[in-house]
Design a protein around this ligand. Structure first.
Ligand SMILES: O=C[C@H](O)[C@H](O)[C@H](O)COP(=O)(O)O
Length: 235
């Protein structure tokens, strides 16, 4: 599980605050990462106390944690929709005057493809972060999931967009990171991103791209955990 950056207490406050919004009978999208893990654990405790919910996991990681804490799971194609999705982010634009206010970069844990369609299916999508994720402009590398055979041609197209792609390495094991769906990840540096919506459209048009980690105009709120509370941004 990715845990670097931000205080764990701040992540826990954000996750637990989002979990408080889950009511009896809800179908809940269960995001991926160290911040959402706090929400999943809080939901597990609420289930122990009698809350009846079903979860739709966004990754192997969130599925395993949900099973561990006793949350009943279902599939997206077995439900009419989701009441709420709770998910983390690697960066969030926090500037009410910017067109991109509330835009996200996700996929630090390579889960963004599944996260995107689960989060998009929810009536409400709540982002949970610590303050280290807030920024005026998106500037982290954008994770792009690609079909394995396409990684070199997609990398060429990313360079055409003035991006610098790096195939994500698995680290301890030889070879690249392989996502839960069998795809590879190109981490693409674009510097400071002027127009996330335009870049998102260009990335989506590249043949061989499965999904990119720009989430534009998707979030309904961001809960920012701090060391002594939670600040709420609504969009
Ligand atoms: O692929 C992973 C996800 O997009 C995570 O939600 C994101 O990386 C944030 O994770 P964390 O809460 O651990 O920083």
């Amino acid at each position: 599980m990715k845990t670097e950056g931000g205080s764990d207490a701040a992540k826990r406050r954000a996750g637990e605050r989002a979990a408080e919004e889950v009511a009896d009978g809800f179908v809940v999208g269960l995001g991926t990462g160290s911040t959402t893990a706090h929400a999943i654990r809080a939901l597990g405790r609420a289930v122990d106390d009698g809350l009846e919910i079903r979860g739709v996991p966004t990754s192997f990681q969130s599925r395993q944690l949900a099973l561990e804490v006793g949350i009943e799971l279902t599939d997206l194609d077995a439900v009419d929709g989701l009441d709420l999705a709770i998910d983390g982010a690697d960066q969030v634009v926090d500037d009410p005057d910017a067109a991109a206010h509330g835009a996200l970069i996700k996929g630090g844990g390579a889960a963004h493809a599944r996260e995107k369609f689960v989060d998009a299916a929810a009536d409400r999508f709540v982002v949970v972060v610590d303050p280290s994720k807030l920024t005026d402009r998106l500037e982290r590398s954008v994770p792009v999931a690609v079909l394995p055979d396409a990684h070199t041609v997609v990398a060429d197209r990313i360079r055409d967009l003035d991006g610098e792609p790096t195939l994500r390495d698995a680290g301890e094991k030889d070879g690249p990171v392989v996502t839960d769906s069998g795809n590879l990840i190109l981490d693409c540096a674009f510097g400071s991103i002027d127009d996330p919506d335009e870049l998102a459209t260009r990335l989506s048009r590249i043949p061989g791209v499965v999904e990119h980690g720009l989430f534009v105009d998707m979030a309904d709120a961001t809960y920012v955990g701090t060391d002594d509370g939670v600040a709420v941004r609504r969009y």
